[in-house]
Structures are given as structure tokens and as C-alpha cells.
Write a protein that binds this ligand. Structure first.
Ligand SMILES: *Cc1c(COP(=O)(O)O)cnc(C)c1O
Length: 361
């Protein structure tokens, strides 16, 4: 048995140990074929079966309606910041964006290269510690779409509601909370998620897009970024990220064994209640986010005295509690508790935090 630390990394994040063991077992000789998944033609029967099963399982996990395409693309979530306007924003059109933190701002900055962007609401007035209520939003009357990030991975701010945008397609960056709790896919025009938080290895991005939004790309849109081309070619216009796709499929199988997204939701709710509850009951640790906007997946926290940060991180590392340093733009600590970081990791973290406070607080 190799030693597995408790990994609280924001991304690339922990993968389920059972998934890595399965990948190891299948590494040299996939199902008696005498080769690894990495070495297969993406057009082979074996690989086609792997790719199709991954898509089927993801559809089942999220109950994706039939009129949506599921795409397994490359370039991570950040590529989508350009791909979305190139496909969905007409040259003279306008798109509404909501600014709740660093990732939604990056999406805004990139989209501004391609057309008129209306920042319909910003959490800036709340120091990015709360989400503006829809009553404060200034939506355009003719927006091509409305974009938001459901979970701000760095700030630890998450929507616990969906805006009412009528018939306008809602486009959502779900990179850091997809598959963590149940959603109603039919309320979205397009969902995208970089894989390395809750799905699989980095580089891959999953896009779930309603079919009527295909075929709207600008003529200048690169072929590789055209959703319709990707959909028409089963995400294989060029060679896809075959191994990442396969590994994501193993994660989907694991999720189904764990009771699916509803099972994860129950577990994640319990994890975040434990950790925020502990922080709120402590005079030494704190989290500044408005309770209704607190992220289930990324929990930033501070020590009462930041001069103790270094000692806290060193002690954590020595105990196999890894990657707790907060993002450089926020400081302090951040515990990312995605699907693969289980309740036992949260308990180990709380034990350590309790002890550290007793000794140094
Ligand atoms: C990690 C992350 C991204 C960037 O993902 P890449 O795959 O590195 O491009 C974008 N949005 C959110 C919300 C993220 O958490």
C-alpha cells in the first residue's frame, strides 16, 4: 500500500484512490488487448467504447436531457472564455456577465476582445464576499447570453440560487462545483467545466450545450473552437485527450458507485457544515464570506495572527495535510474539499486545526 496524503489542492485536485488503482491495474494491458489506453487509436473499437461509456455515465449522473450535446474538449476552462463569445455572441450583439471573483473577471476580460460585454452585476461592492441579489442586476434587454461562474474557486464564493433570465441562454462556468450537488441541466444553455477539480486530469474541458445553440459561430471562429464541428465529430475532429477522457470515465463510474450526485451532495453538505461550523465556533480561525454565499468546495480561512501561517502550513505538511496555502491574491489558507477529498480528510484537518490553536493560539 502506498501512502496517500489528504490533498486539499484547489486544482489539479485529488482523484479518488480507487480510480488511480484501477488505472494502474489497466495501465500496461487494457482488458487483455496488450496495450495501454494511451497507446490506442482514438478510432478503435476499444477506445470508442471507453469514450461512449464516459459520456453515457456523465449524462446519467447529471440527467442531461436528450437535446443537449456533451463535448470532451481541450484547452481547459480558460479556452472557453474565448470559445463562448466566438460561438454565441454576434459581432454587433451584447452579452451580460456577472462578476463574482477572479474567474468570472477573466471570462469578462477575454470576452471583451470579441464584442460588447455588459457587466450586469458585480460583487465588488461587497468586497467579493457576497453575491449581489438579482434585484441589483442590470441585464440587457437583448443579450445573446448571460454568463456567470457558479463557484469562485479562489474567493470561496458560490451561488446557491439561479437567476431568472427568461429565454436568454444561461452560460455557466461550473469548473469547481460540477457533480458536487444536483442541478437541473434544462435551466442552462451551456455548462462548461475544466476537468481538474471534480472530473479528472487537467487540460480536458467538458461542455454541455443545448443543441439549438450550435451553428451560430462567427465565420472567423477557428474550426477547433467551433462547437458544431466538435459536436458533429463526436469531440474527435482532431485527436482528443484520450487518456484524460478515459480517466474521467473512471471517475464517473466511481461517482455512480458512491450514490451518484445526490450521494455526493449529502456527503459534501456534511463536510462543509463540519468545517464552517468549526471555523465559526473558533476565535482563532475565521472565514469572511456571507453564509449564504459560502462555497461548498473551497473554504478559505485565516489564522488570527498571520505570522503563524508558515508554522501552520509546515505542521500540516508534516501530517500529510497538503496544499492548504491560500491563493496568493487572497492570502491565508484555503481547504478545497472536492468530491475526492472525503469526510475523513475534513476530520483530520479539524483535528490538526484544534491542536494548532491549543499550542500556538
Ligand atoms: C480552475 C478554474 C478555471 C480555469 O481552468 P483551466 O482548466 O486551468 O483553464 C476557470 N474557472 C474556474 C471557476 C476554475 O475553478
Amino acid at each position: 500500500m502506498s501512502k496517500r496524503a489528504h490533498n486539499f489542492c484547489a486544482g489539479p485536485a485529488a482523484l479518488p484512490t480507487a480510480v488511480l488503482e484501477r488505472a494502474r491495474a489497466e495501465m500496461l494491458d487494457y482488458q487483455g488487448r496488450g496495450l495501454s489506453v494511451m497507446e490506442m487509436s482514438h478510432r478503435s473499437d476499444e477506445y470508442t467504447a471507453i469514450a461512449e461509456k464516459a459520456e453515457r455515465d456523465l449524462r446519467e449522473l447529471l440527467a442531461v436531457p436528450d437535446n443537449y450535446k456533451v463535448l470532451f474538449l481541450q484547452g481547459g476552462a480558460s479556452q472557453q472564455f474565448a470559445e463562448i463569445p466566438l460561438n454565441l455572441l454576434p459581432e454587433n450583439g451584447v452579452a451580460d456577465y456577472v462578476d463574482t471573483g477572479i474567474w468570472s473577471r477573466k471570462a469578462i476580460e477575454e470576452a471583451q476582445r470579441y464584442g460588447r460585454i455588459n457587466v450586469a452585476a458585480s460583487a465588488k461592492a461587497y468586497d467579493y464576499q457576497a453575491i449581489p441579489a438579482q434585484a441589483e442586476w442590470q441585464l440587457s434587454h437583448d443579450a445573446a447570453y448571460v454568463h456567470l461562474a457558479s463557484n469562485e474557486t479562489i474567493g470561496g464564493v458560490q451561488f446557491d440560487w439561479l437567476p431568472d433570465v427568461g429565454d436568454v441562454p444561461l452560460v455557466v462556468d461550473m469548473s469547481s462545483d460540477i457533480l458536487s450537488r444536483t442541478i437541473d441541466v434544462s435551466r442552462y444553455g451551456l455548462i462548461y467545466a475544466g476537468a481538474q477539480k471534480n472530473i479528472g486530469p487537467s487540460g480536458l474541458v467538458v461542455v454541455i450545450v443545448r443543441e439549438d445553440l450550435l451553428g451560430r459561430a462567427r465565420s472567423a471562429c477557428p474550426t477547433m473552437l467551433n462547437y458544431k464541428v466538435s459536436a458533429d465529430n463526436g469531440s474527435m475532429y482532431n485527436t482528443p485527450a484520450t487518456y484524460s477522457w478515459y480517466l474521467s470515465g473512471l471517475v464517473f463510474e466511481w461517482l455512480k458507485e458512491q450514490g451518484g450526485v445526490a450521494g455526493m451532495e449529502a456527503r459534501n453538505r456534511q463536510k462543509k457544515e463540519r468545517l464552517y461550523g468549526f471555523i465559526d465556533n473558533s476565535a482563532f480561525y475565521s472565514n469572511p464570506i456571507a453564509p449564504s454565499a459560502r462555497s461548498w468546495m473551497n473554504v478559505p480561512f485565516r489564522l488570527a495572527d498571520e505570522r503563524l501561517d508558515k508554522a501552520f502550513l509546515e505542521g500540516a505538511d508534516a501530517r500529510g495535510l497538503l496544499n492548504l496555502k491560500g491563493h496568493r491574491s487572497v492570502g491565508g489558507m484555503r481547504a478545497s474539499i472536492y468530491n475526492a477529498t472525503g469526510p475523513e480528510a475534513v476530520e483530520a484537518l479539524i483535528d490538526y486545526m484544534t491542536e494548532f490553536e491549543k499550542e500556538r493560539g
